[in-house]
Design a protein around this ligand. Structure first.
Ligand code: NAP
Length: 546
């Protein structure tokens, strides 16, 4: 055993990424007295809320449930403008947090990490940036996000387009001029669906290219009144406890229905569905009948209710039918919550292109050719999603213990422990990674993970451990849980990005935590019940300061 000092590292904790999770991880590390630094690829902080600056980008989780809960002062002083805030306000909020807690001096922007190599003798990570700089760190928290690597459609000629072509997840800072322009939006997930109503108000023509119809329902946004803000402030402790409780599977505070569909008559159910249609955001799932996601008959009935809403809103019957999903139940794919989505198709300047009926042929210098013909555009919006869950981690040149190369090790799908660590990746945490979130309010899941990680390394410091690595058995137990519960997850549509199915060649493996927050807390509590975390904590060096 060699004796080392902390001169062996540049920082004790290196955080990669300054998004919602990375900012919190940095705050926890500084607060705990570690030397810490963040490397962020973007030129500003905010993560997804920095990159996804497309027009109309906004929360579909309530603003005050998505933000941080570690400071009542912060909670009180940030007066969210709307129930569901827009991207510019979210970016301002995250910058405010960084400044308020004096984190900016620890964050280096414009620093893309291209390699992370474990030095087993020195018990540290050597992290190298695109510019060739290396930072040596004892602990790494890779808060690189599950939705940070844009996925472009596999269409011939993408690079030939001479107009403006932008992915929603890599949107330019310079505002794009849509007035009077011919615009194609490819993709109708939450990003594409959010853009359509707003862009179609100003553009000359907008064509939405749809491969698969989605169950899109109204967001039901509203301004936040002073009265509501006062209520939020007065109830901070109760709200924080409710949202962060492991017993709250979704991280929302929507009131539960309190009943099963079978308890109501057919007429009562229709009346109830009308109420649900008016519920805010994810309330369509979380306030719906208890058995909505487990009782096929109930879900089919709700789908028929939604289909009739589409038929009643969209004037052209053929367009309405194209907009009604036929391949998945409500909730089986992550549904978008958008104002005026279906209404947009009644505008004279909006049309729907069904890629099922007329697939892509190619993109060329002037526009898009499908088997239905060629259309010219000034702007093409790629709202085609992300290499979900594993995209960032497998592109970062991560080399762990005993020759582990994460990009090849995960070729058949990721294998991890608790969605934030892996065997043979000592001292490397990736909160928000694959099998991390379970569906619902993402920051509530990743905050659980960051809190556990921060507590674990503080504990390790106190007890003289300097290595954390889940054993092969820990990882296998977690993966067995994923395999067992994935078929029961509400996000069961195997052609969704939650199975990696949107990226050609990506293995179809479930990428969420199907056990939810309850299972995460249960497994982590079990692990931390023993002094050395059941063998995951190791002391590799002599206590130099003993
Ligand atoms: P997404 O949900 O993955 O949707 C991508 C869309 O592009 C789908 O309609 C998909 O069609 C289509 N597509 C993908 N590849 C295609 C191809 N080769 N040809 C034609 N169409 C193709 O992506 P997203 O809308 O960016 O949303 C991703 C996630 O970001 C969401 O699940 C959500 O978690 C988050 N998000 C949240 C908000 C918010 O309101 N807070 C807003 C935006 C995004 P198929 O369905 O056929 O695959």
């Amino acid at each position: 055993m060699t004796s080392r000092t902390d001169n062996d590292v540049d920082v004790e904790v290196l955080v990669i990424g300054a998004g919602v999770v990375g900012i919190y991880a940095l705050h926890r590390a500084i607060e705990a007295g570690f030397t810490a630094q963040t490397l962020e690829a973007g030129d500003g902080v905010g993560g997804v809320w920095y990159w996804n600056r497309y027009p109309a980008a906004r929360f579909d989780s309530e603003s005050y449930t998505y933000g941080y809960f570690f400071s009542k002062e912060l909670f009180d002083e940030w007066a969210w403008e709307e129930e569901f805030a827009t991207q510019p306000e979210i970016e301002r909020y995250l910058n405010h947090v960084v400044d308020k807690f004096d984190l900016r001096r620890h964050i280096r922007t414009g620093q893309r990490v291209v390699s992370a190599v474990w030095d087993d003798d020195a018990n540290r990570w050597d992290i190298t940036t695109e510019a060739g700089e290396t930072v040596r760190a004892r602990w790494v928290v890779s808060a690189t996000g599950g939705l940070s690597v844009p996925h472009y459609p596999e269409v011939e000629g993408l690079a030939d387009f001479q107009g403006e072509g932008h992915h929603t997840g890599a949107w330019p800072h310079k505002p794009l001029e849509f007035a009077g322009k011919r615009v194609a939006i490819i993709g109708n997930g939450p990003s594409g669906a959010q853009m359509l109503p707003v862009i179609s108000e100003i553009a000359a023509q907008v064509d939405l290219y749809q491969r698969t119809a989605t169950w899109t329902t109204p967001l039901n946004n509203a301004p936040l009144t002073d009265e509501k803000r006062r209520w939020l402030s007065d109830n901070f402790e109760r709200i924080a406890a409710q949202l962060t409780s492991p017993a709250n599977p979704t991280g929302f505070m929507h009131p539960p229905a309190g009943k099963f569909s079978t308890e109501d008559s057919a007429e009562e159910r229709q009346a109830f569905y009308e109420e649900i249609w008016k519920a805010p955001g994810f309330g369509k799932l979380t306030s719906n009948y208890y058995d909505m996601t487990t009782n096929r008959e109930a879900n089919l009935e709700f789908c028929e209710f939604l289909a009739n809403k589409v038929r009643s809103i969209v004037a052209d019957p053929a367009t309405a039918e194209r907009l009604i999903p036929t391949d998945h139940l409500f909730g089986a794919k992550r549904p978008p919550f958008i104002h005026d989505y279906y209404e947009s198709f009644n505008k004279p300047n909006v049309s729907l292109v069904s890629l099922k009926e007329t697939p892509f042929v190619r993109i060329d210098a002037t526009g898009i050719e499908t088997t239905g013909g060629h259309r010219e555009y000034d702007i093409i919006v790629y709202a085609t999603g992300f290499d979900f869950g594993t995209g960032a981690l497998t592109r970062m040149g991560i080399r762990g213990r005993d020759g582990l190369d994460l990009s090849t090790d995960w070729e058949d799908g990721p294998s991890d422990f608790a969605g934030f660590a892996a065997h043979r990746l000592p001292n490397f945490f990736f909160p928000g990674g694959p099998h991390g979130a379970g569906g619902g309010n993402y920051p509530r899941y990743s905050q659980d993970q960051v809190d556990w990680i921060a507590d674990a390394i503080v504990y390790a410091r106190e007890k003289g451990f300097d290595r954390f690595e889940p054993t092969a058995e820990h990882e296998q137990a977690w993966m067995d849980m994923v395999a067992e519960l994935a078929p029961k997850s509400i996000f069961s549509a195997e052609h969704s990005h939650y199975y990696g199915a949107n990226v050609v060649g990506k293995p179809r493996k479930f990428l969420l935590n199907p056990g939810g927050r309850g299972k995460l807390h249960e497994i982590l509590s079990e692990l931390s019940a023993s002094t050395d975390f059941d063998g995951a904590l190791v002391a590799t060096r002599e206590a130099v300061n003993a």
